[in-house]
Design a protein around this ligand. Structure first.
Ligand SMILES: [Zn+2]
Ligand SMILES: [Zn+2]
Length: 277
């Protein structure tokens, strides 16, 4: 399968594909790349540079150079078209060659900076990559955003290492005139701590992806203030409803996604609410 947006961000590539290693592939120490994986390998090596027939009949041409994820060491694996009609590739894996995948693991291939990379990981680790984990500190953050100035100052002192600056949220709330940025008509209650309309601050490009971007995600531009209902909906509502909010927010702030080289479909993928065709 083709890499989705999160994979592309995590592996820093535009072209990648992955599959689960089957029991037969594991037993025979060879992988039959699927459509997208084949596409990537053919466009990288060139169809004519791949040996047709068994490895022994042309060891030099069969051997292909890869970089191994994540260390980046160079390895050589045999890759051939076993049959004359060149419809199916075969990739040989082995401990000797430095690449042996387990049955049920996810193996992947991608091209980055003009080189082809290969790797594998257990399926649960792979699934974790695309999972937008609920942020543990979110509850704390929303509370501090709605605290009185004095308490906020104190809490900030207690926790100086903080991924998200509540002052950013504060600036955003002022800019939004203390209204829900999805729908300004939404009713808000007044916080008894800040004595202002209660809003929650949401980072449209999830702060959990900060490690994958050089530019800060904790900016006035990336923060949206939402009523509690809209905020929960972004994280928990069924795809149609979450999509509606995400699209409106993204479009209301021109240039935000662009500045991170993301599109609206990319954004929807980050929340796992992309439109399925
Ligand atoms: Zn949020
Ligand atoms: Zn709202």
């Amino acid at each position: 399968m083709k890499f989705n947006t999160i994979h592309k961000i995590k592996f820093n590539t535009a072209h990648g594909a992955y599959s689960v290693v089957t029991e037969t592939e594991y037993q025979h120490s060879m992988i039959t790349p699927s459509g997208y994986e084949t596409e990537i390998m053919l466009s990288y090596f060139g169809k004519d540079n791949i040996h047709v027939g068994n490895v022994k009949s042309n060891k030099t041409l069969s051997q292909k150079q890869f970089r191994m994820f994540p260390e980046g060491n160079t390895i050589y694996l045999n890759l051939v078209f076993p049959k004359k009609n060149k419809t199916e590739l075969r990739l040989y894996v082995s401990n000797n060659a430095g690449y042996k995948t387990k049955s049920g693991d996810v193996w992947f291939v991608f091209v980055k900076d003009g080189e082809i990379w290969i790797g594998s990981m257990p399926e649960p680790d792979w699934s974790d990559l695309s999972l937008m984990k609920q942020d543990d500190s979110d509850e704390f953050y929303q509370r501090i955003v709605n605290d009185s100035d004095e308490i906020r100052r104190q809490k900030l002192k207690e926790r100086d290492v903080y991924a998200r600056d509540p002052r950013i949220a504060e600036r955003r709330m002022n800019l939004a005139g203390f209204k829900c940025e999805f729908e300004p008509e939404h009713q808000l209650f007044v916080s008894r701590f800040s004595c202002r309309p209660y809003l929650e601050a949401h980072h449209l490009i999830p702060i959990g992806l900060q490690g994958d971007f050089k530019k800060s995600l904790d900016t006035v531009n990336n923060v949206f203030c939402l009523c509690p209902n809209c905020h929960r909906a972004v994280h928990h509502a069924k795809a149609d409803d979450a999509r509606k909010i995400l699209c409106k927010l993204a479009k209301s702030r021109a240039g935000l996604l662009d500045s991170f080289s993301l599109t609206v479909p990319d954004l929807l993928c980050l929340y796992a609410v992309e439109e399925t065709m």
